[in-house]
Design a binder for this molecule. Structure first.
Ligand code: SF4
Length: 377
């Protein structure tokens, strides 16, 4: 029985959207919310770009976007899409020819606003290329680059202007009988983005790509994204997400998963529950959690681990986690397995021991899931 069935106050009703495919990754409908990032290498440097894509995929990225501003980039894209472990979205701004080249080079999706690429003939050519090569399209409205006529109509970037822009781009695709699209209405201002996304969610059934754009550095951008995207996800809005940070794309993916994990929308790897520590701690909680985060990065199985400094909160938290450790006294603490006290362990051996316990639990969960899947066949 899922946690949501037992505790209905955890439940999030996801908005019903159409499903499209980004390569082999479904987006929308009942598909898991996918996590994206974007490379920041020179795309024509195939090795550096692929290295970054592979590092992002290793920490869970489902889809990676690559900027294709010139012909060198779209040329490089051919090898990148061939070698990439995940579908690639080609980011195009104005030049329709780059979009056609990217589709021919194996991009799974084009990020392009059809209203920005010129006359109807050009839009038709891009749509044809997308159809011929099985590409989907992301319409990406950004508060910072709204069309002039909308700025004149609304005086400033506002939710209604952003949604109108998005619907205008959608109409251009629908007029060409193209329906494999998703859409974003990003802003760096959390209030603006959240309001625009809410209005968009009511105005279309297209899958929604969530993002707070230019959110900032690792710390401030994470907080902004967690507030903005977290609220929307909590309302059930969002089918795929990208956290935009002035940081390594790997960090964007990790933050994306943490946001989804904290809302119970997606699980990957070990969810560590730890206390802030205080004078009561029986061991160095902060250092231990830092070390465990690194030592457990390789575990992809969704599971939980509580690391709590003392008995004030330790047993209670351990009740709800797969593996737990609670500081005691006299240089040792209590190990909990599946919420129950199991055995004592000395503080100086606890890290290796917890890693072993987590790996064993992960193997047990994997075996159980495999057996359940087989039984359901
Ligand atoms: S659980 Fe114990 S050690 Fe951790 S913050 Fe609370 S009182 Fe302090």
């Amino acid at each position: 029985m899922s946690l949501h069935a037992v505790r209905p106050w955890r439940e999030i009703q996801r908005r019903k959207s159409r499903q499209i495919m980004v390569g082999r990754v479904p987006v929308g409908g009942d598909a898991p919310i996918s996590v994206q990032t974007m490379t920041n290498t020179d795309t024509s440097d195939v090795k550096a770009t692929l290295d970054q894509i592979i590092r992002a995929a290793d920490v869970g990225a489902d889809i990676v976007r690559v900027s294709t501003p010139d012909e060198d980039s779209t040329r490089a894209l051919r090898e990148i899409t061939r070698e990439s472990p995940v579908p690639i979205v080609a980011d195009i701004h104005f030049h329709y020819k780059r979009a056609i080249e990217a589709a021919e080079a194996g991009a799974a999706c084009l990020r392009i606003n059809p209203g920005n690429i010129g006359d109807a003939k050009r839009v038709a050519e891009v749509v044809r290329a997308a159809k011929d090569h099985g590409c989907s399209i992301r319409i990406g409205v950004n508060a910072g680059s709204l069309e002039r006529h909308l700025l004149e109509k609304y005086a400033e970037p506002c939710p209604a202007a952003m949604v109108e822009s998005g619907l205008d781009h959608i109409k251009l695709l629908q007029d060409h009988d193209f329906h494999e699209f998703k859409i974003s209405v990003k802003a760096s201002d959390v209030f603006l983005a959240a309001a625009a996304y809410q209005q968009l969610a009511d105005a279309t059934d297209a899958p929604i790509h969530l993002g707070i754009t230019e959110a900032g550095g690792l710390m401030s951008g994470t907080i902004k994204s967690a507030i903005g995207m977290g609220n929307l996800l909590w309302m059930g809005i969002g089918d795929t997400i990208r956290v935009s940070l002035s940081a390594d794309p790997v960090e964007e993916v990790k933050v994306g998963f943490e946001i989804l994990k904290s809302l119970g929308l997606r699980h990957r790897g070990v969810n560590i529950i730890s206390c802030p520590s205080c004078a009561r701690q029986g061991f160095d909680v902060i250092k231990t959690v830092e070390t465990l985060e690194k030592r457990l990065e390789h575990v992809k199985t969704p599971m939980s681990l509580s690391i709590i400094g003392c008995v004030v909160n330790g047993p209670g938290e351990a009740l709800m986690t797969d593996v737990g450790f609670t500081g005691g006294g006299a240089g040792n603490g209590m190990v909990y397995l599946a919420g129950k006290q199991s055995h004592r362990m000395s503080n100086d051996q606890m890290i290796d021991h917890i890693v072993e316990q987590v790996e064993a639990k992960a193997a047990e969960i994997e075996a159980r899931d495999k057996a359940a899947a087989k039984a359901a066949e």
